[in-house]
Design a protein around this ligand. Structure first.
Ligand SMILES: C[S@@+](CC[C@H](N)C(=O)[O-])C[C@H]1O[C@@H](n2cnc3c(N)ncnc32)[C@H](O)[C@@H]1O
Ligand SMILES: O=C(O)C(=O)C[C@]1(C(=O)O)C=C[C@@H](O)C=C1
Length: 246
């Protein structure tokens, strides 16, 4: 089970860039629930979206699967024939622990979709024909100049009638809106037991590796990648999730 996240609780003279290493893996379920407003609702609903968009004989991708929260939701909710889930992450610590979580899920439930986990860079994947692609807070960690090409390749692999579900932390062009939602996100973290020191040190660790876009930037880029429609189906403070249709 997950330990409480105390990674940034002590003052650190030098704060290295955030990585998804073993220390983060140990606390990740606690960290993401206390840091990302709406995360449990988004994960559960991606299961329902999977059930709606899944097509027989196709793949459902969970890109940047971490410990497989979305993969587990898809395996539970999708009943479509001969579908399988492929979870991909380039952190070996994440994938190792994810394998253990999948075995635990297999022992608790029957009739789950088959799953395959790959330790790989999503920028180097050869995508198979797929009916659902979930990227739950992963694109924000991809270098901005590589995002369009990745989305193009996903678009080209999606079957007609499929969907991409893209969840992202947002920034906002309007400075007042940006400041308000950023402050409310800090309130959310504080209410979840993070100290001001933890919040400040996490921000320093993450600012060079996680670069959020505005919703407008996401929308324009998804359209440029060949998607025909972008629907914002969830937003809680500065955390959002979109459905992009081929
Ligand atoms: C915020 S976490 C995703 C959370 C997860 N999707 C969930 O719903 O619990 C981002 C994940 O993306 C992975 N990641 C970042 N860049 C990647 C890349 N180029 N290829 C594969 N995985 C990547 C990280 O290792 C990390 O596990
Ligand atoms: O924006 C922040 O402060 C966050 O902590 C966000 C965020 C994310 O959106 O992925 C960053 C890293 C952790 O994986 C959990 C949450």
């Amino acid at each position: 089970m997950s330990e409480p996240d105390r990674i940034f609780s002590q003052p650190q003279p030098h704060i290295p860039d955030f990585t998804f290493n073993e220390d983060v893996v140990r606390v990740f379920p606690d960290m993401i629930k206390r840091s990302a407003p709406g995360y449990p609702t988004i994960v559960e609903n991606i299961g329902l979206l999977g059930a709606r968009f899944a097509q027989p004989d196709s793949v459902l991708y969970d890109l940047g699967c971490s410990l497989g929260a979305v993969t587990q939701a898809l395996r539970r909710h999708v009943k479509t024939e001969r579908c399988r889930v492929i979870g991909v992450d380039n952190s070996s610590a994440m994938i190792q622990r994810c394998r253990e979580y999948m075995l635990a899920q297999d022992s608790m439930y029957q009739e789950l979709l088959p799953v395959e986990l790959q330790e790989a860079d999503i920028l180097e994947l050869d995508f198979q024909p797929c009916s659902l692609v979930a990227m739950n807070f992963t694109l924000q960690f991809i270098a901005p100049e590589q995002r369009l090409d990745l989305l193009r390749r996903i678009r080209q692999s999606l079957l007609p009638g499929g969907a991409l579900v893209l969840s992202e932390k947002l920034c906002f062009a309007d400075p007042e809106e940006h400041a308000l939602l950023t402050d409310l996100h800090i309130d959310f973290k504080r209410a979840n037991g993070y100290s001001d020191l933890e919040i400040a040190q996490k921000r320093t660790a993450i600012e060079n590796v996680m670069r959020p876009d505005t919703f407008e930037t996401h929308r324009e880029r998804l359209l440029a990648a060949g998607f025909s429609k972008v629907v914002l189906w969830f937003q809680c403070l500065n955390f959002s999730s979109m459905i992009a249709l081929p």
